[in-house]
Design a binder for this molecule. Sequence first.
Ligand code: SF4
Length: 359
Amino acid sequence: MSPAGARAEDPVAGIRRVRVRLGPAVAIAAHHYQRPEIVALADFTGDSYRLAVEAAASRARYIVFCGVRFMAESAAILARPGQEVLIPDPGAGCPMADMIDAGAAAAVLARLDTLTGSEVAPVTYMNSSADMKAVTGARGGSVCTSGNAAAVLSRFLDRGRSVFFSPDRNLGWNTARALGLDGSRVFTVRRDGSIDGTGDPSRAALFLWDGHCHVHRRFTVADLEAARARVPGITVMVHPECDGPVAAAADRTGSTEAILEAVRAGGPGSAWAVGTEAGFVHRLAAAMPDRTVLPLRESYCMNMARIDAAGLYATLRSVEDRLDGGTGPLYHPVTVGVSVREDAARALTAMIDTVAGAR
Ligand code: SF4
């Protein structure tokens, strides 16, 4: 069986047929930014945090992960013995996650330890490679998501620890602002090695790597003003990966999951301009037609869009073939080496424990 062979049939009808046949042996996980037809076919959907937790709880032998690679890696790190994580398109990456690697992070941390005279704690956004999570776990740090960054950062800052946050500068900056952190104690570590800020870096509370998400950096303050002029009274809610001035000018900021909850809670007749991936915003609008839900700008993640029905069908067919005793390849296993997995699991578990403790 080949992906080309699988594409000869209608993929959505084929997925439904194979899905029924495979039953509980397979779980399909889909991120909120996936295509509507993929979301409709998924067993569970969510943001990166929810997907990691749901995948870890799943009993399915094969978890088919419809999202970008770092998300599938997180599922592989938390997978049970005997479980396999598959991604329909192994080329679905995240440019932000690629803006720092483990070697660069280890070198920066060593430098910051010397600069501050203390052991700087790494806090690493979920949108990062397994190697980055492993560096984080090996130093007693934590992963975080946009929904729990404040709780995770506070865990270290409240104990007087300086933190190195990567890779998304905007999430770090917007969270620092929400926590009321003194701006003179926040510094940016540039990829050329320079450290920018207004105060004394040896007294820094927070060092931010200068990575970004190009999908969220497209939103501008002018977009907010245009939305407010178009629909008076509209609530502007943006993702914290947006630039600081955009987040500061918005009525609300929140993770994808928080945006979903806010629009749901807003009730019929409420109006929302949403600054996050536009495919997700259009799905929200279609799901809740009694509200006005507009994208702040048509900004799409083409990396997420690499997962399509034809690829998902080929993946499910490869699992079907395997369960029928075939020896063809699986499309496409996501594996993480044992030592990386152990350290990365520590960093992910630290996040999950922080969230559980904050409830
Ligand atoms: S939306 Fe941004 S952070 Fe998310 S996968 Fe796409 S490029 Fe990466």
